[in-house]
Design a protein around this ligand. Structure first.
Ligand SMILES: Nc1ncnc2c1ncn2[C@@H]1O[C@H](COP(=O)(O)OP(=O)(O)OP(=O)(O)O)[C@@H](O)[C@H]1O
Length: 266
């Protein structure tokens, strides 16, 4: 069973924008990257999947149930892109508020609170007001909120955009740890070098349409170029007589190369 499956999913604003005819399958237990230029429709798609927007047409299921089914949403965590939390609450109180809204029991709340605060590295700042957190810390508390109910499926919209390189590495390690625990992670990010390191599969959308879905590494392995290293004099001789090569290295394409080629229509 897929963690996420959509069939011809469309969400338009009036007649335009949004995303159109998206058919997507996200394997359970994968880290799946959603890529696309600004305005491609990524956030629209995520908002439909987490139930914040109603689809215009098509079908969408998460964890085998329609996106409109509240019981499916109970197993989902979400970090939105433009996170802004109640600045007057402490980190711990913000998490408690989310836990109450989620219907966690008192025992679950205590267990989960300590665990997620430790995981995102905010245990020592738990009594500090969110308004005094740095942007990176605010993103960490957002991650903690998404993780609090111990979801099976996590939607993370630009989870590391405000973090420094050390913070990004810590979050990458956390995502891999959550994957090892069996969670599916649906990641929306412009940081291609990050997606490259951790994503099993990607989907690329442009102007609301799905351009590609699958294992990007399989695409990157296509033999396209080799790098040939030659001595200057040999090069001259090669021009006249033939070729003697010192080294031939296949040049691997990066995710960025593939992405730029795809959105340019190549
Ligand atoms: N509330 C709205 N009303 C009208 N049009 C909208 C609305 N939200 C988004 N759109 C349009 O839908 C299209 C997709 O927007 P969306 O925010 O989903 O893209 P995105 O891929 O998440 O972009 P970004 O990478 O810049 O965050 C854009 O053309 C946008 O202008």
């Amino acid at each position: 069973m897929w963690a996420i499956e959509t069939k011809q999913l469309t969400k338009t604003y009036g007649e335009r924008g949004g995303c159109q005819g998206i058919s997507l399958q996200v394997p359970r237990g994968s880290i799946f990257g959603l890529l696309g230029p600004n305005g491609a429709g990524k956030s629209t798609l995520v908002k439909v999947l987490v139930g914040l927007l109603h689809k215009t047409s098509g079908e969408a299921t998460i964890l085998g149930r329609p996106v409109t089914d509240v019981s499916a949403r109970r197993r989902v965590g979400f970090l939105p892109e433009n996170f802004r939390y109640h600045e007057w609450l402490t980190g711990e109180d913000l998490l408690r508020l989310h836990g109450v809204l989620f219907g966690l029991s008192a025992r679950e709340m205590e267990e989960r609170l300590d665990k997620v605060l430790n995981q995102v590295g905010l245990a020592e700042k738990r009594k500090q007001k969110v308004g005094t957190y740095s942007k990176g810390m605010q993103q960490r508390i957002g991650l903690a909120c998404a993780l609090l109910p111990d979801p099976e499926l996590l939607f993370l919209d630009e989870p590391t955009s405000a973090m420094d390189p050390v913070g990004r590495k810590e979050v990458r390690d956390l995502l891999l740890q959550w994957q090892a625990e069996g969670k599916t992670i649906f990641l929306n990010s412009h940081l291609l070098s990050e997606l490259e390191t951790i994503c099993d599969q990607i989907a690329v959308i442009k102007e609301g349409q799905l351009l590609y879905q699958g294992d990007w590494r399989a695409l990157a392995k296509r033999p396209k170029q080799v790098r040939v290293v030659m001595d200057e004099a040999e090069l001259e001789r090669a021009r006249m007589l033939g070729v003697k090569m010192d080294d031939v290295t296949p040049v691997a394409e990066s995710l960025e190369d593939l992405f730029l080629a795809m959105v340019a229509g190549q």
